[in-house]
Write a protein that binds this ligand. Structure first.
Ligand code: SF4
Length: 437
């Protein structure tokens, strides 16, 4: 009888893309892939180390899977599995724990998927994690937007982050493979490719046979030549957003005028404690440069509240700094302690209730910025890729500069790119528009 598997992902788009790859491997191996929540013979949980209470979340999910079928063979992988394999192996019901190097080779470790009263753990030291596996995922069941993994790992040393410990050194997919995979995605109907990685801007591939180094801008040049309706960069560190990339986006017809650029704090002292690779002035200059070079550019900013030693005054420095920047929205994260990071050793912890209060303030600011950005675009025409979410006669999509746009249309617009004239914006949730010529 055909065995079945269900998979579940915690964390980022990269994790989602890797879960899709794992699902594909099961499918190729003759397994039926079932949606998460349905009873299956095997359950794979792809974990995240950024998730607060990763341990608790892991336990809860595994318990609920075993409640519906106590015989389910449980596999746990992902960042948390690499960082705390023995802790996971101690969770009741876990059969197999796979680290970063082992996750895509699971059939090398197990083939009969029969439960025993013992968990097996296969991990390698993070210094030995060098594999790069093709991965992509889409964020809906549609073929609208695919997240294509081009880079993994990180060589930076931000003081709050465990990702380098969980995913290892920075490594990149060969440029030929990126092009090949992008072509496959477009041929299968996707309209937008989002280039994804842990530190995507650090893409660096050395083609020995050509004696040539390829950077992210080279990947963008190659993809730009192809017939891809839209290309987007998922997120890029400010120090890696080079003038070459800016100029290419400025002149490109298919690379989206949208950047997601982590700031993390607007206070100079906190930035230093975070060990970020830029200062406040450099960040400000970049945001202004983007606005002057690429009119209408959409800019999202990541920011963390409640980092150790973030006094009220320092927090207000961040608020004021963000307020002054011409950016379109914020992604706000509340700081939480991670084992084995420099940040947990710092004195001056901020109370957790206070951390959340600060996050609330910045989320309000984000809503205001988003609405203001939408309103700046009224009467402008943008190319919108329509998604599959429909409500009555309304359909939604995103413009190239990342405005969520709603159009009243009963036509079949799903997964098409059309010109839309923005007509109004009454809330930060979406702007209203109509199909333009
Ligand atoms: S750049 Fe910093 S925050 Fe981002 S993955 Fe690397 S270490 Fe973590």
């Amino acid at each position: 009888m055909q065995k079945s598997v269900s998979l579940h992902t915690l964390g980022c788009k990269l994790n989602y893309s890797e879960t899709s790859t794992l699902a594909g491997k099961f499918s190729e191996g003759g397994f039926a892939v079932k949606p998460f929540g349905e009873t299956a013979d095997i359950f794979v949980l792809n974990t995240c180390s950024v998730t607060e209470n990763a341990d608790k979340e892991c336990r809860q999910i595994i318990r609920s899977v075993l409640n519906s079928n106590p015989d389910t063979y449980i596999i746990v992988t992902g960042c948390y599995a690499q960082l705390q394999p023995n802790e996971i192996a101690g969770i009741h019901g876990v059969d197999l724990v796979l680290g970063a190097n082992e996750k895509f080779k699971l059939f090398d470790y197990v083939n009969n998927f029969e439960k025993k009263n013992l968990s097996c753990v296969f991990t390698s030291p993070i210094s030995e994690v060098t594999d790069f596996d093709y991965a992509y995922s889409s964020d809906t069941d549609s073929r609208t937007r695919a997240f294509l993994k081009i880079q993994d790992g990180c060589d930076y040393n931000c003081s709050f982050c465990t990702i380098p410990l969980a995913r290892g050194k920075s490594r990149s997919l060969s440029i030929n493979k990126v092009v090949e995979n992008a072509k496959k995605l477009i041929d299968s109907g996707y309209k937008e490719i989002v280039l994804t990685g842990v530190n995507t801007g650090d893409y660096d591939y050395r083609a020995e046979s050509e004696n040539q180094d390829y950077k992210l801008v080279d990947v963008l040049y190659e993809l730009e030549k192809m017939d891809i309706p839209r290309i987007r960069i998922s997120s890029i560190e400010p120090n890696l957003l080079t003038n070459d990339i800016i100029q290419l986006v400025k002149s490109s017809k298919n690379i989206c005028r949208h950047f997601h650029i982590p700031l993390q704090s607007g206070d100079p002292e906190i930035l230093k404690l975070m060990r970020r690779r830029y200062n406040r002035d450099q960040y400000r200059d970049l945001i202004y440069k983007l606005n002057s070079e690429i009119p209408g550019v959409g800019i999202g900013i990541d920011v963390i509240t409640g980092f150790p030693q973030e006094t009220e005054e320092r927090f207000l420095n961040t608020v004021e700094f963000l307020n002054s920047l011409p950016a379109s929205y914020l992604h706000v994260f509340t700081y939480s302690e991670r084992r084995n990071t420099f940040a947990v050793t710092l004195p001056g912890r901020v109370d957790t209730v206070e951390r959340r209060r600060r996050s609330g303030i910045l989320r309000e600011l984000s809503n205001k910025k988003r609405l203001a950005f939408y309103r700046q675009n009224i009467d402008m025409t943008h190319k919108v890729l329509f998604e599959t979410v429909r409500e009555d006669n309304f359909i939604y999509g995103f413009s190239e500069n990342y405005i969520k746009t709603r159009v009243n249309a009963d036509l079949k617009l799903e997964n098409t790119v059309l010109n839309v004239k923005i007509s109004s914006a009454d809330s930060f949730n979406f702007a209203e528009g109509s199909i333009a010529a």
